[in-house]
Design a protein around this ligand. Structure first.
Ligand code: DON
Length: 302
């Protein structure tokens, strides 16, 4: 069934484009489409280009939010970033000026994610980076996760919109410390290389409310995993979050590398890869795959 869903939806890849504003992402193969599902019994199902490597990009945002919530008092986190969907594109700068508080709307858009990145604890930049990478390795159950330095350098060189946002956030008191150091860590988290199996594993850890299904080890608290999934529902697909909730009805987070992380509470984690994106920066065929899967397996949580 999975093979069929992937092959039927592959044609939609021609209606989108791979991201090019980060030059290195332009090298991805537009026709690629793959999926991995890991269910609550730890059974793994795959189809298409499920083991192609790509960078996590914005799918890192819920994971770094989890870290920020574990490293800080929640009241401190939410004094720096809001809880409301923005209804704007992921890289929009507009509401940082227009909102009364000037606070980024939520931790799933770039401005909010740069704030949560700044809340990662560590005595030095090296320690922060190591803690961040180790947490990704733990939640994805993959010790080999590492940074793709070509993509990282490509974004660091061209990421002036994020740089502008970060300086504005610093000016308004939402970022403490050195702006370039925060941006550097943000570009690194976005450049972590993964595949759909890693995303599906992260999805199962969220689906079980933080308990590893193989070892019984707790990797996240129940309350943090609940909070992260709630943000994924309300803000995970940016200004397409409402339509996605109607059509698919699963907590999910997209990235411009083509990844989508989805988590069906108490049932399964899903990783999708399809680098051809729609105008809002979400995987164009990946969305269709999730829509079909949700209908066929009755995954809609609503
Ligand atoms: O900051 C950026 O623009 C990228 N590193 C991540 C953006 C992203 O993945 C948006 N997702 N759909």
């Amino acid at each position: 069934m999975l093979n069929e869903i992937v092959e039927i939806n592959r044609r939609h890849t021609s209606n989108g484009n791979v991201a090019s504003y980060i030059p290195d992402l332009g090298k991805a193969c537009k026709e690629d489409l793959g999926i991995c599902i890991i269910d609550k019994d730890n059974k793994i199902y795959t189809a298409g280009e499920y083991d192609t490597k790509f960078t996590i990009q914005s799918v890192s945002k819920p994971i770094v939010l989890a870290m920020a919530l574990m490293d800080n008092d929640w009241s401190h986190v939410f004094s720096k970033v809001g809880m409301e969907p923005s209804g704007d594109p992921f890289n929009s700068i507009m509401k940082l000026e227009m909102n009364d508080t000037k606070k980024p709307c939520n931790p799933m858009i770039n401005a909010g994610a740069i704030v949560t990145t700044s809340l990662i604890k560590g005595d030095s930049v090296e320690e922060k980076e190591e803690r961040m990478l180790n947490f990704f390795r733990k939640i994805a159950k993959n010790d080999k996760l590492s940074i793709n330095y070509d993509v990282y350098n490509s974004e660091k060189r061209t990421g002036d919109r994020n740089r502008a946002m970060a300086y504005l956030l610093k000016n308004d008191g939402f970022i403490e410390g050195d702006v370039e150091e925060v941006l550097d860590l943000y570009f690194k988290q976005c450049s972590i290389e993964i595949d759909t199996v890693d995303l599906a594993r992260i999805g199962t850890n969220l689906a079980t409310y933080g308990v590893d299904i193989e070892t019984g080890e707790r990797v996240l608290s129940e309350s943090v995993s609940r909070m992260v999934k709630t943000f994924m529902v309300t803000c995970g697909m940016y200004d397409a979050s409402g339509e996605f909730a109607i059509r698919v009805g699963i907590p999910a987070k997209s990235g411009v590398g083509g990844g989508i992380l989805a988590s069906v509470p108490n049932r399964m984690g899903i990783g999708v890869y399809g680098p051809s994106l729609d105008k809002k920066g979400n995987s164009i065929a990946g969305l269709r795959v999730l829509e079909d899967l949700s209908r066929m397996l009755k995954l809609n949580i609503f």
